[in-house]
Design a protein around this ligand. Structure first.
Ligand SMILES: Nc1ncnc2c1ncn2[C@@H]1O[C@H](COP(=O)(O)OP(=O)(O)OP(=O)(O)O)[C@@H](O)[C@H]1O
Ligand SMILES: [Mg+2]
Length: 152
């Protein structure tokens, strides 16, 4: 089950626009040493890709990060001292875990120079390690409001 940890250890943020969501991502990334795995879950349009863009900006990724229709997994070189590669995975259209394993997912997950971030990660929960940091996104009451819960 996603969110195994007691709610006492959960951080909750309410953001009011996409810039604030990017800042939540940057705040979290400040502690990263490399090798972290982030599992993003939540509704369509709730801000998962936006959050990844916040990570990319913080890490100094030069390329624009988006969710191209036919790309499951894309590594981006960074300018960060420890996380040398941001690996962005989007499981929305994934049919089975094997597709990602065939693309070398396990090597990325083990690599201490990588930060791996996975949208719709609940679809591949069974192949993600225990140490995965789960982040849940929800639409808020107002049009630009989002709730972000981080189990970490
Ligand atoms: N507080 C907010 N945080 C994040 N995004 C917001 C916020 N308010 C408005 N937005 C807008 O909501 C949209 C979020 O889209 P995004 O692609 O990040 O969602 P997603 O969760 O990745 O969706 P999908 O499930 O389709 O991949 C963007 O257009 C963004 O500008
Ligand atoms: Mg997305």
């Amino acid at each position: 089950m996603v969110f195994r940890v007691s709610p006492r250890f959960m951080k909750k943020y309410i953001t009011h626009n996409s810039e604030e969501t990017k800042q939540v991502a940057a705040t979290l990334a400040k502690k990263f040493q490399g090798g972290e795995i982030l599992g993003l879950v939540g509704d369509l349009g709730s801000g998962k890709t936006n959050f990844v863009q916040g990570l990319a900006r913080y890490l100094g990724v030069a390329n624009k990060v988006n969710s191209p229709t036919f790309v499951l997994m894309k590594p981006y070189p960074t300018h960060h001292k420890k996380c040398k590669l941001l690996v962005h995975i989007d499981c929305y259209r994934l049919n089975n875990c094997q597709e990602l394993l065939n693309l070398g997912l396990e090597e990325y997950l083990k690599d201490k120079r990588c930060l791996t971030v996975i949208e719709w990660a609940d679809k591949i929960e069974k192949i993600l390690p225990e140490k995965t940091i789960w982040i849940r996104f929800r639409l808020g009451k107002n049009i630009e409001e989002r709730e972000i819960k981080i189990n970490n």
